[in-house]
Write a protein that binds this ligand. Structure first.
Ligand code: KG4
Ligand code: ZN
Length: 366
């Protein structure tokens, strides 16, 4: 079809439906065609990522260019720096993902990209790149919710022998740098949020405590490393159970850690503080998720988001969950393009976007 009109972004519009929120649930339980090849792009925060996924589950390639070394001196992600670096490396990351997959543009069925939530400038780089490439190669464009995509990391096949498809309904625990959500997934695209953090996200708490303890950025892996094999030295930090609610709160815990390291009588050793902090986060997340899974009668528990890479959290959930636990390998827990492509594959028709697709920094999942 020849271009018919111009979009606000200057790209001509062709035969694409206008972008619509996923208001019409996708009730089709059929798996996507096994041969569907999707390029997934992710630039919502500080990873520039591209991946090719086949049939929503087979990982053909997965390239992640992390920028953490650029942000480490500042102790957190600097939005302008993130956006500029995405722009510098994204085309090379995409070329590498296609080359590793052995896939050319003509074999692809779609280009999918994180539309939100995330940093506005960072999202803009991914969205505009995806639009330009999809248009140039005459491919459908799909706009994906980053949080929903984290759940779909659990659909990606890692070891063919052990592959299991999560059974629905499922309970999703999404624990990342910006979110801590308990989500009931009734079907593909049909979600109900049961709980969320009332203050800091779990990953944010790990990052703040990592900085406080002088362990560097990002704090999650650093705190886990510092705590490994360490006793808590008699330390026990509070747990905010918020009984009767599926919400979370980590700000009191963070304050308790701060007070302990500023204790005039002598601060406890860093490994003990790290271990006691981690034990508190893991205890609350695993118990509340397991309780909700039992109460809701779900068939699977889906752990996802960067904090899902945490070993003690995975072990605690595996021990407490009343239903099979799914947890992606660590490289698919933190931000990546594969989860974007997998989500897009299962929700192909709902996520079709027009050339007017705009980044949505505050995009909601439910
Ligand atoms: O999902 P993600 O890569 O980015 C966002 O969407 O936010 O999550 C990043 C978060 C960071 O806060 C990081 O400290 C945390 O995940 N994280 C971890 C671990 N690895 C990453 N937290 C605890 N233990 C880990 N091993
Ligand atoms: Zn994320």
């Amino acid at each position: 079809m020849p271009p018919t009109q111009s979009s606000a972004s200057g790209l001509p519009l062709r035969d694409q439906p206008a972008t619509e929120p996923a208001s019409t649930p996708h009730r089709d339980r059929r798996p996507p065609p096994a041969s569907t090849l999707i390029l997934g792009l992710e630039t919502s925060c500080d990873e520039t990522a591209a991946a090719v996924v086949e049939g929503g589950r087979r990982l053909r390639s997965n390239i992640v260019a992390s920028q953490f070394h650029l942000h480490a001196p500042y102790g957190g992600v600097v939005p302008e720096v993130a956006a500029r670096h995405h722009l510098e490396v994204i085309l090379q990351v995409i070329d590498t993902a296609l080359a590793e997959a052995g896939v050319g543009w003509r074999q692809l069925d779609a280009v999918a990209v994180t539309a939100g939530p995330g940093l506005a400038g960072a999202l803009l780089v991914g969205v505009n790149t995806a639009k330009a490439l999809a248009y140039a190669h005459d491919l459908p464009l799909l706009g994906v919710n980053h949080l929903e995509a984290h759940l779909y990391a659990n659909w990606i096949e890692v070891a063919a022998r052990e592959y299991r498809v999560p059974e629905l309904p499922a309970l999703g625990l999404i624990v990342s740098g910006g979110h801590t959500d308990l989500v009931l997934m009734r079907d593909h695209g049909v979600y109900e949020r049961l709980g969320r953090t009332r203050d800091d996200a779990a990953g944010e708490a790990f990052d703040k405590v990592g900085r406080l303890l002088g362990l560097g950025f990002p704090g999650g892996p650093a705190v886990e490393r510092a705590a490994r094999g360490q006793g808590r030295g008699g330390l026990r930090f509070p747990r905010a159970w918020l009984r009767g609610s599926d919400d979370f709160s980590f700000s009191g815990l963070k304050t308790a850690v701060l007070q302990s390291v500023r204790d005039d009588a002598g601060a406890p050793p860093v490994p003990a503080v790290a271990a006691a902090f981690q034990a508190s986060v893991v205890d609350v997340l695993s118990k509340k998720a397991a309780d909700a899974a039992r109460r809701e009668g779900v068939r699977s528990l889906l752990l996802s988001g960067g904090v899902a890479a945490n070993g003690p959290l995975r072990e605690a959930l595996a021990a407490r969950s009343p239903v099979p636990l799914f947890a992606p390998p660590p490289l698919l827990c933190t931000d990546n393009g594969a989860m974007i492509a997998a989500c897009a594959c299962y929700r192909f028709d709902d996520l079709r976007a027009g050339w007017d697709l705009d980044p949505q920094p505050g995009m909601k999942m439910t």
